[in-house]
Design a protein around this ligand. Structure first.
Ligand SMILES: *Cc1c(COP(=O)(O)O)cnc(C)c1O
Ligand SMILES: [Zn+2]
Length: 414
C-alpha cells in the first residue's frame, strides 16, 4: 500500500461530522448531508514534497497522496496535465493584463474534464471490487465512463437524457456501453439511477462513488498552481453544473496552502452558468441562502442540472469569500465560443462558451479586476457540440476548381 492517507469518510456538515467506513458510502444517515474524504494531512505533509511531485509522470496521479485511493491507481494513467495557455490575444480583446486558459478540452481520452473524476471513481470502483459501473450524465460523463470502463474491463450502464446532442450519444455508444436514454431531464435521470442502485450492487461514479469521484476535480487546481510556477492565481472562473468542480478547485488551493506548497494569494473563484439553467448564479445574485430548482432550457446541455447536488456548497463558498456568479444567454454563449476560437485557436464546447461569456460580463461590470491574474477553466471540446454553430458561423466560399474563381474570392478580379 503506497497510498493510505485516507482515514475514513466524514459527513461534510461540520455540526454533524459523523464518520463512515471508506466504502461506497456517500450520504450521511443522520442528517442526509454529503460525505467527504477525511485525509491524514499531517502524514501527507511529512511525506509529500514539491520535488516528489515534479519527479513524477505528467498525469493527474502525480498528486496521488491527495486522491482517495488505498492502492495504486489503475484507471486514467494518461489523463490530466492538460495545457495552461497564456492567452494574450484574448486578454487584449477583453482589456485585462494577465489571462490564462486551462484547456481540458484536450483531455485524454474523451476531451473533457470528466476524465479526471472518472479516473478516480473507476480506480476506486476496481479497488472496491465492482464489476459493473454506471453514471447519470449530461453527456461528457457518459463519454468518459464509456471509454474508461471499457479500457478497464468493467461493464457499464450509462443513463442520459434522451435529448442529448447526437455526437455525445455516439461518443458513448461507440465504446460498447449499455446506453439508456431516458425521456426526461437530467434530474429525472439521476433519480432513476438512485432507484437502479437500490436493486443492483453497482458502482455509480456520481452517486454511490460520488465522494471519491468529486476529489478528482481537485487536480485541475493543483495543475494550474504547478503550471503557474507553484503560485495560485488571483482569480479563477469556472462553469457549474452540479457545482462540484468549482468547490473542489477551491479546496485544492487551500490544501496546497496548508501543505506549505504555495504562499496564500487570496484567490477568488467565480461561478458561471447559462441563463437557461442558473439556479446557483440566481441564488448568489439575489443573496438567497439556498437555490430554487429550475427546469433547464439552454444549449449548454452539459451544464443542464436544475437541482445541483453541490449547489448549496457552491453558494456557501462563493458567499464566504465575497465572490460572485454570473449567467449568460445562449447567444452570448455562441459568441464566446467564436471569440475563444478566433483569438486563441481553441474550439470549446458550449460550457466553455459559458465560462468565457460570464468572465467577459464580470470584467465589464468590474467584478473581475482587469489588473489581476485570471484563469478561465475551459472544460470541454467544441467538436462535441457543433449544433448551435451550424447557422451561426461564416460559410466557406464555394467555387469552381479554377484560378479565376479563386481570384474573385481574393478580390483580384480584373
Ligand atoms: C460536468 C461538466 C461541468 C461541471 O461539472 P460540475 O462539477 O457538475 O459542476 C463543466 N463543464 C463540462 C464540459 C462538464 O461536462
Ligand atoms: Zn451528517
Amino acid at each position: 500500500m503506497s497510498n493510505s492517507y485516507v482515514v475514513n469518510l466524514r459527513c461534510a456538515d461540520k455540526s454533524c461530522g459523523k464518520e463512515y467506513e471508506k466504502k461506497a458510502n456517500y450520504v450521511c444517515e443522520d442528517c442526509f448531508g454529503p460525505l467527504e474524504v477525511n485525509y491524514d494531512y499531517q502524514e501527507i505533509k511529512k511525506n509529500l514534497t514539491i520535488e516528489k511531485i515534479i519527479s513524477r509522470e505528467k498525469n493527474l496521479w502525480r498528486y496521488k497522496e491527495l486522491l482517495p485511493l488505498d492502492s495504486e491507481p489503475t484507471v486514467g494513467l494518461n489523463s490530466g496535465f492538460t495545457p495552461l495557455i497564456q492567452a494574450d490575444n484574448l486578454a487584449k480583446k477583453l482589456g485585462v493584463d494577465e489571462l490564462y486558459i486551462k484547456n481540458d478540452g484536450v483531455s485524454f481520452p474523451t476531451l473533457s474534464f470528466k476524465d479526471r473524476v472518472v479516473s478516480v471513481a473507476l480506480s476506486k470502483a476496481k479497488e472496491l471490487g465492482y464489476e459493473t459501473v454506471g453514471c447519470a450524465s449530461t453527456g461528457n460523463l457518459a463519454n468518459s465512463v464509456g471509454a474508461n470502463a471499457t479500457a478497464a474491463n468493467l461493464k457499464s450502464f450509462i443513463f442520459i437524457p434522451s435529448d442529448l446532442e447526437e455526437s455525445k450519444i455516439i461518443g458513448t455508444s461507440i465504446y460498447g456501453s449499455e446506453v439508456i436514454a431516458v425521456k426526461g431531464a437530467y434530474d429525472d435521470v439521476n433519480r432513476l439511477c438512485t432507484e437502479v442502485l437500490g436493486s443492483n450492487n453497482w458502482g455509480f461514479v456520481n452517486i454511490n462513488l460520488r465522494t471519491y469521484y468529486a476529489e478528482g476535480s481537485k487536480t485541475v487546481g493543483y495543475e494550474i498552481i504547478e503550471q503557474l510556477g507553484w503560485k495560485a492565481p488571483k482569480n479563477i472562473v469556472v462553469c457549474m453544473a452540479s457545482g462540484s468542480l468549482l468547490t473542489k478547485i477551491y479546496k485544492s488551493i487551500k490544501e496546497f496552502e496548508d501543505l506549505g506548497f504555495i504562499v496564500p494569494n487570496e484567490t477568488k473563484i467565480f461561478g458561471a452558468q447559462a441563463s437557461g439553467c442558473s439556479p446557483i448564479s440566481t441564488a448568489v445574485k439575489n443573496n438567497w441562502p439556498i437555490f430554487k430548482p429550475v427546469k433547464p432550457n439552454t444549449i449548454a446541455k452539459s451544464l443542464a442540472i436544475g437541482n445541483p447536488a453541490d449547489g448549496i456548497n457552491a453558494i456557501n463558498l462563493l458567499n464566504s469569500i465575497n465572490s460572485y456568479s454570473e449567467d449568460v444567454s445562449d447567444e452570448e454563449i455562441v459568441e464566446a465560443m467564436k471569440l475563444l476560437a478566433e483569438t486563441e485557436g481553441i474550439f470549446t464546447e458550449t460550457a466553455g462558451g459559458v465560462t468565457l461569456a460570464c468572465a467577459k460580463k464580470m470584467i465589464e461590470s468590474g467584478k473581475l479586476p482587469r489588473n489581476e491574474s485570471i484563469v478561465l477553466v475551459i472544460t470541454g471540446n467544441g467538436l462535441k457540440t457543433q449544433d448551435p454553430l451550424v447557422n451561426n458561423i461564416t460559410k466557406p466560399y464555394i467555387i469552381e476548381p479554377n484560378i479565376e474563381d479563386f481570384n474573385k474570392v481574393l478580390g483580384k478580379e480584373k
